[in-house]
Design a binder for this molecule. Sequence first.
Ligand code: MN3
Length: 326
Amino acid sequence: MILRLDRIGVELPPPSDPDPAGAQAVQELLGGKFGEMSTWLNYTFQSFNFRARQGARPFYDLLSSIATEEFGHVELVSLTINTMLTGATPLEGGGAPESGLADVKGIGNPHHFLAGGQGALPQNSQGRPWNGDYVFSSGDLIEDLTHNFFLETGARNNKLKVYEMVEHPAARALTGYLLVRGGVHQVAYARAVEHLTGADLMKMFPSPRIPTDKIPESRPHIERGEHTKLYRFSAEDFGEVKAVWNGTHPETGDELVVADVPHPVGAPAHDLPPQPAVFAPDFAPEEIAEIAQKLRKKAGLPDEPTGLVSEESQELVGALTSKVRS
Ligand code: MN3
């Protein structure tokens, strides 16, 4: 089972200039062959299918811990896409016949506006759906772990390319963070294979060569030691991971540690404003809010919503422009 927290893995910048073309490129990191849906579901199915897990417990615990972190990465990429799409149609007014949708014709992925409400989709950067065939779960532990090392290699390669292609601050913050965490997972699978076979994949296949310490958006995470920490996403379980995740980082020489907290501190998400032109969450969002408020009152809930969103969320609507990056 998975326990869900209403926080995101790392703080993301609030919406600024909308960038639908950039959001389309970021989709590769979500629903591409080497995207977060692939890392999440490869490790998830491998952990579900793990036979004789008691005898191989440290490896099962490693796969399970990384699988859960990947769920949060799917969330982060989705929120980045949503942030970049915010304001691409007018934030206020925007009713027919001038909804602003004509302004986004030919920019980015039309599905973001036509099939979705200016939100992320389980697709790659070409708009092709994520595919269950991307999941490799052979049942052979060494084969699966070697596959995962390769998957993380491709994933980091794609992240660096998206970093270089898209200069939107949300995309840069996302890729800066994911490059560091993907690096942890790449090293983790290399360590696991090394424990089982003696082969050092980091030496045999030193790819991709990414100097994350030179990337401004990665540096703060490295300074906090995020390149050395493995999280278990459980207060009680998956503790045998330390039998595999140990030694020193092959690039920095720092000691690899299992974090003593279950998950990263993270941050509350931004409450992104409505986009009435695409009916998200409705053509007249204030009516939904009114109904919800009545229901909350009837249920004996306090006047103010109990969930947490970022502090910036209060000012998001008025501060945004609707100017699309070109
Ligand atoms: Mn990931």
